[in-house]
Design a protein around this ligand. Structure first.
Ligand code: EPZ
Length: 407
């Protein structure tokens, strides 16, 4: 494959930013919104709450003049756990929220106990009834000083959004540092919120009685970016990834450098060249700025082509190795030992019929299919479209041969 590919806006930024619409009755205009399923589901959830607006060709114009229904139903939460991000804003603005309990996710435990603990401390009465979280709170919420026991991305975002309308000054400690949190803060500041400490582990939020609407361009998706950068590492490929923020994938680029890749970055492009051999490496996933768990599966595919044994330790989720069994069906040699995958390369891959278990695993299987001999069929591929905009089209434009079979 060769050529240029443009990174879309970040799913994991647009999701909390759409949830932030609940905090104000003002008009919002979002640009560079990724056209992926999870965003369409969040848009539906907002319409369910009373939103008026439209979503087309990567722009959203939306407002919620009044909360018509405080309910986020099961069929919405089931499809996209991120709808739990509506809890904080709904309680803050409406004093009442009924959100279906987020179900299990194929990548392991996805607890929200810190989200709920923080809201409780802000004065919210939380109860669980018939698989729904019922949250009631007098208005406004009260400010708190809360330290997250472990870093949580959506936990930080949920309590941050609750705190911007709370009475007094909230201090959130041990916050997540992911760039998506920073982009949400940019939106909230544009809405008139008072937040100090962006991109630091301690956020100081002084509540306001009301916030305005805003216009916002969603930050590029560093996970999609990283996926195409990894695709560029396979022998013979020359891919230039555009609309990037190289700093957001700094850890990935370091790892690729250690595996022998020549990485070239410019203001908003990244390209990699391999001299045909990939060195084995050891990596462990960590909260940002460490190596992202959302790029663990894709790196695994690459390391099946390394000359030797690599190890990947997954520290964030306790069931995020399902892609390894599928890659082994193609001829890879990956063994699991607790939270470590042992990848013995170099193993030629051969096309097979595989099943996508989750979003990032599906991307890893696509990368495997691109370097395998013969044809690979990936079933349950709807997982891919939850978080990658037009991936088959983008890859075909680089010289791949991918078809989507609707079933
Ligand atoms: C966000 O999920 C992302 N999703 C995930 O991306 C990403 O994998 C994850 O952060 C880690 O980077 C969105 O932003 C919408 P966490 P989140 O809370 O916020 C534990 C993708 O592929 N925890 O940071 O749900 C939790 O169990 C998705 O795009 C608690 O114990 O992840 C996990 O082990 C997949 N209690 C760890 O913290 C809590 O209250 C990190 O989870 C919250 C979290």
């Amino acid at each position: 494959m060769s050529g240029r590919v443009r990174t879309a806006g970040a799913k994991n930024a647009a999701l909390p930013e759409l949830a932030a619409v609940v905090l104000s009755s003002g008009e919002f205009h979002f640009q560079d919104v990724p056209g992926v399923e999870d965003i369409k589901v969040m848009f539906l959830a907002l319409e369910n709450l009373g939103a008026e607006g439209e979503f087309h060709s990567n722009t959203i114009r939306i407002k919620i003049p009044a909360i018509k229904s405080p309910l986020v139903p099961r069929e919405i939460v089931e499809t996209s756990r991120a709808s739990v991000l509506l809890l904080g804003p709904l309680v803050a603005r409406n004093g009442y929220a009924k959100v279906s309990t987020p179900g299990g996710c194929d990548i392991g435990d996805r607890k929200i106990n810190y989200h709920l603990e923080g809201l409780k401390r802000m004065g919210t009465d939380i109860s669980e009834e018939k698989e729904h979280i019922i949250a009631r709170a007098p208005q406004p919420l009260r400010a708190i000083d809360y330290s997250f026991p472990t870093k949580t991305v959506t936990g930080t975002e949920n309590l941050l959004m609750a705190a911007v309308l709370a009475e007094g000054t909230t201090i959130l400690r041990n916050c997540a540092l992911e760039p998506e949190v920073g982009d949400l803060i940019d939106l909230l500041l544009a809405m008139g919120a008072d937040i100090k400490g962006k991109n630091s582990e301690t956020l100081v939020i002084t509540g306001k009685s009301s916030l305005t609407g805003a216009a916002h361009k969603v930050v590029p998706d560093r996970i999609e970016m990283g996926t195409y950068v990894i695709a560029g590492c396979f022998t013979g490929n020359e891919i230039i990834v555009e609309n990037t923020v190289p700093g957001y994938v700094g850890c990935l680029l370091d790892v690729l450098g250690k595996s022998g890749m020549q990485v070239t970055t410019a203001a908003d492009t990244i390209s990699v060249n391999s001299n045909g051999s990939i060195k084995p490496i050891d990596v462990e996933t960590m909260p940002y700025p460490g190596y992202p768990t959302d790029l663990q599966a894709q790196l695994t595919t690459l390391l099946t082509q390394a000359d030797g044994v690599s190890h990947i330790k997954e520290n964030i989720f306790n069931n995020r190795f399902q892609h390894t069994g599928e890659l082994n069906k193609m001829g890879a040699n990956i063994e699991l030992n607790g939270d470590v995958s042992i990848i013995r390369g170099k193993t030629p891959l051969t096309g097979a019929t595989l099943r996508a278990t989750d979003l990032r695993a599906s991307a890893a299987l696509v990368l495997g299919g691109l370097i395998a001999k013969g044809t690979t069929v990936i079933e349950n591929a709807s997982q891919l479209f939850r978080g990658y905009e037009n991936m088959p089209q983008k890859l075909n434009a680089l010289g791949a041969d991918i078809k989507v079979i609707e079933e």
